[in-house]
Design a protein around this ligand. Sequence first.
Ligand code: PLP
Length: 427
Amino acid sequence: SAAEARFVANNPRSKSLHEQAAQALPGGNTRTVLYTSPFPLSMKQGKGAYVWDEDGHKYLDLVGELSAGLYGHSHPLIRETLLSTFDSAGVSLGASTAHEQAFAELLCARFRLARVRMTNSGTEANLHAFAGARHFTGRRKVVVFSGGYHGGVLSFPDGRPAANVVDQADFVVAPRYNDVASAVETISAVGDLAAVLVEPVQGAGGCIPATREFLMAVRDAARAKGALFILDEVMTSRLAPGGLGVEMGLEPDLVTLGKYLGGGLAFGAFGGRENVMALYDPRIEGGLAHSGTFNNNTLVMATGRAALERIYTPEVCEDFNRSADEFRRKLSSLSKGTRLCFTGCGSLIGFHFTDDVRDEVLCGEDINGKERKDLRDLFWFEMLEAGFWTVRRGYIALILETSEAELNAFVEAVRAFLNRHHDIMLV
Ligand code: PLP
């Protein structure tokens, strides 16, 4: 397309960096999600709510590091905490520290966990959560949902597991997220069930929020089978002061966390009920070992804690997500009756280009097969030209530093896009 040709012409340095990267990384890539054709943009720098690419273009950062970048780039408090911790403590001490004690206490209080364990990623947190559930129940199978994403080795698109290092036979994929009847039916039918693992908003699956009714039904069906209910809040813990589990009163057995909670550094955690987490108590016989060289590195422990305690207070969290809801409502009213629709919850927003008008998206199956990738790509190229960096597949994770005026500028850019392409966008 003409927009793609302009993208190629405007980004020669990204193009040649990608060609060089392909000499050492397969496809020049080390995170699948970041590949875009004909080549990905290479970013050089971030500051506050903005990023600059290698060819010198400046963008408002609406990618927000896929939700881990909540605090923006080089936040002064994060910078200060990183530097002062490095100077006073060092990075990794090969020992238990007061830093991990303080951060663990804060996470337990904020997310109402009896006990918590740290990991280096959300993927690891989920792997440990269901290992724990298996050990606790003495059973093997885990029910997940079509469209669910629980980490690089745990994704479940289109009803089929794409996982590879985990044994796929251990997972049963329930069809249609948000469908109470099929969820209950699937969960009830599985023998040897250790756990049900679910996101309260399907993030990578399209930013689709679950109803409380659905999550409660899933929880109750899991409990009725003596299985654990694990809530994956790796992406959603930012949406309410205690995460959506607390907000909706779900009382999950285990919760997994990650993303922004490390203050922008690599982080994950899992926690929950005291009797389940006691499996990890090294003083008790018969439990599970859980190791990881960097689980308690001082930089993440100190920075994650300072950021959660001093930047993302419960009040800030509520205000931020409330104004984000307002922003999404503006986008939705603008796109009514067009091939573009917005989904999401608070500061996590999905957008979808489909053949027909979508008033409501309740699960991936509502859009699968109807996507207009041509329009989606056109939008991405043209938003770049207008100075907005979004996730190509249709995702925005807002960052705290972005002002209302900057968000309104994006709304106007979307309005201009819809006007410019009304011939193909109106249904
Ligand atoms: N779970 C959910 C819901 C996620 O969105 C992600 C990452 O996008 C993960 C788990 C995996 O986290 P990480 O990328 O830190 O391994």
